[in-house]
Ligand binder design. Structure first.
Ligand SMILES: Nc1ncnc2c1ncn2[C@@H]1O[C@H](COP(=O)(O)OP(=O)(O)OP(=O)(O)O)[C@@H](O)[C@H]1O
Ligand SMILES: [Mg+2]
Length: 363
């Protein structure tokens, strides 16, 4: 089936719930398959709340691959905190270590240095069986490619319920079915879809199935690894709106991974920019767009297409060349330049960044 037909189908059977706007899709989207109008009219969207409690603390982690003799450091001394209710963006080019960090958080990739705390407790390294089962429920992941991340041979009902069969969960079949039904409805799909196979769905619907699979575990934290990159442009907004509605309703906290800054601008509260396994800049989203300081962030920003064709035509595309940094004597550190705005650089560079934002170099 062609993409166009599939996206239309997606628009017809995926029903944005109250408070979730359909984005740039056709009007069929505001009518659910059950024929009920589900427009946002009349229902005030719940407000997102970010607490000052650190839900996730990533402290100086390193992840190495390769042999003992020829180790390859994919993640190099990375630290950041994510607050409860926050959406934290991690942005960088292909191969920069984003997925590796996500997988370290869900404990697939062991870390070689540092530690990860969740809800104040260490989750890296060895855990007791009970702790392990609790963290497995609390932290879920949504994957980039909904086409390859779902088991083609299993029915949607089983795919969504899979985590509920894990040790430590004792649900009756009835309870499992009820949870699956609720998760499907929560992501705008019909409970009847449980008896179908993944290939019967469009990309957007499959990503909703992937989200339902995470939600069914009632997680506190979700690692969303490029959740919209593989989707048709027309349905990306729907998936983002869905994620943001679920966050407000359930008080979820997200790590949102992307390789393009334009995607994370509106969904993320803070953004970390990563290059070759190192975070080079971290700040609140709007501040990052207002005062990009590291040359790699500037290069990523210059790659965002501008809506005005005249501006786009005359835009200077910046290319980042890491050899511009001379760290042989003056060693780099990760330092706070403005409140909450950190940049990686040596003394000379950091002085330059301070000047750029109007501060004198000794403040
Ligand atoms: N299991 C593995 N074994 C060996 N090397 C790996 C493994 N997983 C990742 N790498 C390497 O680690 C580096 C970071 O990979 P990672 O998948 O985290 O990048 P990424 O930022 O997610 O890229 P993309 O945007 O393409 O998804 C890459 O050089 C990759 O080849
Ligand atoms: Mg990746």
């Amino acid at each position: 089936m062609s993409n166009t037909v599939m996206s239309k189908q997606d628009a017809l059977v995926s029903c944005p719930a109250p408070g979730e706007t359909a984005g740039n899709v056709n009007s069929a989207d505001s009518v659910s398959a059950a024929g009920k109008t589900t427009s946002a009219a009349g229902t005030a969207p719940e407000k997102k709340t970010i607490s000052d409690k650190k839900l996730l603390e990533v402290k100086n982690i390193c992840v190495q691959f390769g042999s003992h003799r020829h180790p390859f450091t994919a993640v190099d001394d990375v630290s950041f905190d994510i607050y409860q209710g926050e959406t934290f963006g991690l942005v960088g080019e292909s191969g920069s270590g984003k997925t590796t960090i996500g997988r370290a958080i869900i404990r697939i990739n062991p870390i070689t240095k540092g530690e990860i705390l969740f809800d104040g407790k260490r989750i890296s390294g060895k855990l007791s069986r009970e702790e392990d089962q609790q963290v497995t429920r609390d932290i879920q992941m949504i994957f980039q490619d909904p086409m390859s991340s779902l088991n083609e041979r299993a029915k949607v009902g089983y795919i969504v319920a899979e985590g509920l069969y894990a040790p430590g969960n004792r649900y009756t079949e009835e309870e499992r079915n009820e949870k699956v039904k609720k998760a499907l409805l929560d992501v705008g799909l019909l409970p009847e879809f449980a008896s179908r196979f993944p290939h019967e769905f469009s990309g957007g619907q499959r990503q909703r199935i992937g989200i339902a699979r995470a939600l069914v575990m009632d997680p506190k934290f979700i690692v969303a690894d490029e959740p919209i990159s593989a989707l048709d442009v027309s349905i990306r907004a729907q998936v983002l709106n869905l994620m943001s509605r679920l966050q407000k309703e359930r008080g979820l906290t997200y790590l949102f991974i992307a390789h393009d800054l334009s995607v994370v601008r509106f969904i993320c509260d803070r953004i970390a920019v990563i290059h070759k396994g190192k975070i080079v800049e971290l700040s609140e989203s709007e501040e990052l767009f207002r005062h990009p300081l590291h040359p790699y962030t500037k290069a990523l920003l210059s790659a965002i297409p501008q809506p005005d064709p005249e501006v786009e035509k005359h835009k200077e595309l910046l290319v980042y060349d890491p050899s511009m940094h001379d760290y042989s004597i003056d060693k780099p550190v990760f330092e706070e330049i403005l409140p909450g705005h950190f940049v990686y650089g040596n003394k000379k560079e950091l002085d330059g960044y301070r000047k750029e934002v109007g501060l004198s170099s000794d403040t």
